[in-house]
Design a binder for this molecule. Sequence first.
Ligand code: KG4
Ligand code: ZN
Length: 340
Amino acid sequence: MRVLGLETSCDETAVAVYDGATGLLAHEVYSQVDLHAAYGGVVPELASRDHLRKLLPLLKKVLEAAGGEQRVDGIAYTSGPGLVGALLVGAAVARSLAFAWKVPCIGVHHMEGHLLAPLLEQAPPVFPFVALLVSGGHTMLALVHGVGRYEILGSSLDDAAGEAFDKTAKLLGLGYPGGPQLAKLAERGRPGTFEFPRPMTDRPGLDFSFSGLKTAVVVALRGCDLDEQTRADAALAFEEAVVDTLVIKAERAVRQTDAQALVIAGGVGANRRLRARMLAMGERNGVRVVYPRAEFCTDNAAMIALLGHLRLAAGQRDDLAIRARARWPMTELSPPSGVV
Ligand code: KG4
Ligand code: ZN
């Protein structure tokens, strides 16, 4: 079965075609990051309008690369969680195409897509595996037993890890998205100049809280001369605090489960300090640490087409409704089933 996937939940427009027999045939992502940079964050209305502009040309390009529309047997689109106006663009296009082409269609969960993205790789981790999802919108630790079978071990009670990077970067006078720029500045930081807390690591549990860290940075810098070196020192201490916190919780998660692998997904997974520290932690615990390719870690449609395939090929179908859900708890997900 060959499935077309559409992703428009936030600020990336993405299209992919996944074939159950041969794997990923084509995928394209158009990032709106330049559009939103001037505003220091994603502007929902601009995001929706840009999805409208970009989705059809991108779709055409991907379909051509994948051998044409007549070869598509099913369609999957991200129906939540995300920005509702942005989601509606992908949902309406997917539903309409499915109606016109007379193929089955399904609205899928964006985070479920992230959790199963490692299955796009050549040597995928075996179930059950622990997944740490760290992006601009989400921070979550989950035990992935199989398709639709997720145990949420912990998540952020406030800011996502990437959001904390972005907000702190802004405080330090850096542009958007701030994570990569903050990491670069941190390379010139002097260890030990500042010390920030490792939130919620002094008590049991796997939830996260990052909003206090940003405040800690503000307080520490109060009255300081904000020269380049001081900002670099603060960036380093902040990065160390976030990375330490994520490593401590991920280590707890692998120890309390029987997982053989830890998958790290989401934009913050690109952070080099985090990568090195997680690899060392994996070695300590005899657990394989897997980083899906960067293009499958950040928002993409390959994961949506793959997830759609897993569900559609198992016989699951949606009715004709166009579904867009700003909020959609993962606890509502279940293994592939019949008509919704
Ligand atoms: O998964 P992603 O590309 O997009 C969504 O959140 O949808 O994640 C983007 C987030 C941003 O907050 C960005 O600042 C952060 O990932 N990020 C990083 C790094 N690269 C991207 N944070 C820390 N270090 C990095 N090297
Ligand atoms: Zn995402």
